[in-house]
Write a protein that binds this ligand. Structure first.
Ligand SMILES: [Zn+2]
Length: 332
């Protein structure tokens, strides 16, 4: 970066004020380096048309892609105590929070909405990586509990899209306490026999992987997503071995029995719809609130023979996570 970028550009920008046009009309794919026109990229749900790389997407895009006609209702998230530890590193935690809130226009890392998916009411929660790395703090914990309670109230399945760097260190033990709390939230859904579907997106790591992200009745991941407890570099340094190709990527985890399926973003909505309708024993688009534009799907009885799954045992998955964390020899 030269002086032109460092000094002249920001000053010019400040002088000219905020422009309406996006900063970058062409977005570079971080995987293949191809330049993609922003409209084409939006039309492709932020999947690179050339190499199929799945870029990160926020809650709004997720909700619009999931719910019938892109229509949904946001759920108010509960308030939590702010910065109980008065934490400060290079910056105060309250400042980091404020910046993240300004950047994302969200209260905290998890946002929740409800709406119809092929006519069936579903509750969906999205963890936004742009909000302090999607980290799990008190607010995110509360948000997930609230989402579970709402799903129970509406007798609806809960779909969660995860993306996180782990627990929020600025909240210390309070953030770690969210791991058992969210596990209980998942248990509440199980007791009510309501499906809890997890979509793991890039990256899902740390305390989030060690709790609610791995407890879904069906575990789905997007292609190429990094999913793990400790990162590959830490593991390599600890065990002093070269890790295999593709380690901790969605496809690797699928091969090793940690996931039920890896689904391309373009097929995600249909897959989720099929799963929740199967698990709730309902047929898509036949309920009164069915969206007029939603496509007719094949009736669910046709799906039954090749229907996936037996529910994965979450105990097994937890054991695997524990095994991995022992391997890693550390806590996040
Ligand atoms: Zn690409």
């Amino acid at each position: 970066m030269n002086w032109l970028d460092k000094i002249a550009r920001p000053k010019l920008k400040a002088l000219l004020g905020k422009r309406d046009t996006p900063d970058n009309l062409w977005i570079k794919c971080s995987n293949c380096g191809d330049m993609i026109f922003h409209r084409d990229l939006d039309a492709a749900d932020k999947v690179c048309p050339k190499c199929n790389f799945h870029m990160k997407v926020g809650p709004t895009e997720r909700f619009k892609a999931l719910f019938d006609n892109g229509a949904y209702q946001m759920v108010d998230m509960p308030d939590v105590p702010v910065d109980p530890l008065k934490f400060r590193d290079e910056k105060k935690y309250t400042e980091r929070l404020r910046d993240a809130r300004n950047k994302t226009e969200q209260k905290d890392a998890i946002v929740t909405a409800h709406g119809a998916l092929d006519g069936m009411t579903v509750v969906a929660a999205v963890q936004n990586f742009k909000f302090m790395g999607g980290s799990l703090g008190m607010a995110a914990g509360e948000a997930l509990i609230k989402a579970a309670e709402l799903a129970i109230e509406k007798r609806a399945p809960l779909i969660l899209y995860t993306a996180a760097g782990g627990a929020r260190m600025q909240e210390g033990i309070m953030s770690l306490m969210q791991m058992p709390r969210t596990t209980i939230a998942v248990q509440m859904l199980r007791e009510e026999a309501l499906p809890y579907i997890v979509v793991l997106t890039d990256p899902t790591t740390g305390g989030v992987t060690a709790s609610y992200a791995m407890l879904g009745d069906v575990q789905i991941a997007e292609p190429g997503a990094l999913i793990g407890f400790a990162g590959p570099r830490v593991i390599e340094q600890t065990i002093r071995e070269k890790l295999p190709e593709g380690f901790q990527r969605a496809e690797y985890l699928l091969d090793h029995g940690m996931l039920d399926m890896v689904v391309h973003r373009h097929e995600l909505r249909d897959t989720l719809s099929r799963i929740v309708h199967l698990l709730m024993n309902k047929t898509p688009s036949t309920t009164d609130s069915a969206a007029p534009e939603s496509e007719e799907e094949t009736p669910s009885d046709d799906d039954t023979p090749n229907a996936p799954k037996e529910e994965p045992s979450s105990e097994d998955q937890l054991a695997e996570v524990e095994r991995q964390s022992k391997l890693a020899g550390q806590t996040p």
